[in-house]
Design a binder for this molecule. Structure first.
Ligand SMILES: Nc1ncnc2c1ncn2[C@@H]1O[C@H](COP(=O)(O)OP(=O)(O)OP(=O)(O)O)[C@@H](O)[C@H]1O
Ligand SMILES: [Mg+2]
Length: 422
């Protein structure tokens, strides 16, 4: 029996693998990569597809002048039953095929680190892949299991991501604590209420310590979409009029702009039909420069770079009170200063969804929350200040802890080996 166990956190934005060594009872390494795939367009016929993962995918995509297929947020397609496959350069790729490429990459790095192959893993999943539809939720987990098998993981169990984060936090505590863990990621927000103990690490069954879990399918990527809608789309023609017939002016249809509020949608938006449609609006708006921007954006695949700037603005606002969304390329010139209160207004609807989920969680937890000691915030989106403020306002007298934002889940998964003994 191998002394190692992997914890695998396949995230919407970032994925990580943690290596647990049972002989040392410790995590010996955690490796993380952005959950990004890139397939160059120049590939030899009949040969296996060449793909790049993570930072290498970003670098190669930019070096190739943003041609080829670039994919982000693949976790989002897991619960979508209508997504059966996509063609990548004539090769049919299912959701498990795509996810497997990221898992293969992580596993190869971890195997290289320990100098042997390890085929046993605890795999993370959000509390809900889809909070309204159990079938879609099951489909997502099934696809993730298929991906793990394709990646050569033969023995695996699933664990909720926020429970895993709680186990990581548990390793640092000195006294028994009742903890609310909030894992705020790119695509999902998850809550868990747990009793933690510094003495609990050897205990095989933790079921009675997990008091409540809940989650919602929204995260920091939604903030970026809202920002794109409010501060980005006006630069690409939202709100403009075009002449639909002599003397009659109509607004350029809004669905056009909904399609550029997520990077992924924009990636699938570059068809001849769409380009012709936009060219029509451009022509009948007297060649308005903002619609020219939209054509430039679509034709040159600039979506990823625009969203990167939007994310940078969000990250800057996590520490500064003001930041500017800037994008200057191929004639598109955006310079949008934004303050923290502005940002809070832009993401208000998304924040409310998170706040409502937290309220529901609090109501359902009832008395269990009376003796809450700590709130442990983790995940990249926990660094967004209005998000942190939600917890401060709701629990003014409870201690807030944070840390290990991008690896706490993977580490806690690797600490979840007890699941194999249950
Ligand atoms: N400094 C920061 N301030 C604010 N947001 C940040 C910061 N750094 C990263 N983010 C955001 O955090 C999110 C990614 O967080 P994380 O890596 O925890 O998610 P994930 O695990 O990939 O997603 P999920 O758990 O939802 O599947 C992204 O939306 C990213 O823009
Ligand atoms: Mg996560």
């Amino acid at each position: 029996m191998s002394r190692y166990l992997y914890g695998i956190d396949f995230g919407t934005t970032n994925s990580a693998i943690s290596i647990y060594d049972s002989e040392q009872d410790a995590i010996v390494q955690t490796i993380s990569v952005p959950s990004i795939l890139y397939f160059p367009s120049k590939q030899e016929a009949g040969k296996p597809l060449i793909s790049f993962v993570g930072h290498e995918a970003i670098e190669q995509y930019l070096a190739d002048g943003m041609s080829g297929r670039f994919m982000k947020s693949i976790k989002r397609v897991l619960p979508i039953s209508s997504f059966t496959h996509t063609h990548v350069l004539n090769k049919k790729m299912t959701a498990p095929d795509l996810v497997a490429l990221i898992l293969i990459h992580l596993k190869a790095k971890a195997d290289a680190f320990i100098g042997q192959e390890c085929t046993k893993a605890i795999i993370g999943r959000p509390v809900f892949f889809d909070e309204n539809n159990p079938e879609r939720d099951q489909l997502a987990q099934k696809r993730l299991a298929q991906a793990a098998e394709l990646a050569g993981i033969t023995e695996y169990k699933f664990q909720y991501e926020p429970i895993a984060a709680a186990f990581t936090y548990e390793r640092d505590i000195l006294h028994n604590e009742r903890v609310l863990v909030a894992d705020l990621g790119g695509g999902t927000t998850d809550f868990t209420l747990m009793n933690l103990s510094p003495k609990a690490k050897g205990i095989l069954n933790r079921e009675q310590d997990i008091l409540k879990t809940s989650g919602i399918y929204i995260g920091g990527d939604a903030f970026d979409s809202s920002f794109m809608w409010e501060r980005g789309t006006p630069h690409f023609g939202r709100g403009l009029l075009y002449q639909s017939m002599p003397g009659k002016h109509l607004e350029v249809p809004l669905p056009l702009f909904h399609n550029i509020t997520t990077w992924e949608k924009m990636n699938f938006f570059n068809s001849n039909r769409i380009r012709n449609e936009i060219e029509g609006f451009y022509f009948f708006s007297n060649k308005h420069p903002k619609l020219k921007n939209l054509l430039t954006l679509i034709e040159n695949n600039l979506g990823y770079q625009v969203f990167r700037q939007i994310e940078q603005t969000k990250i800057a606002l996590s520490i500064a009170d003001e930041a500017t969304f800037q994008f200057n390329r191929l004639g598109i010139e955006i310079d949008e200063p934004s303050t923290l209160p502005d940002y809070e207004t832009i993401i208000a609807r998304d924040l409310k969804k998170i706040a409502d989920c937290l309220d529901g969680f609090v109501a359902e937890s009832g008395e269990h929350l009376n003796s809450l000691d700590t709130i442990f915030l983790t995940g990249g989106t926990s660094m967004v200040r209005p998000v942190k403020a939600l917890f401060e306002h709701k629990f003014p007298s409870v201690k807030l802890q944070s840390g290990d934002n991008f690896i706490s889940v993977a580490k806690g998964l690797a600490y979840s080996g007890y699941l194999f003994h249950g």
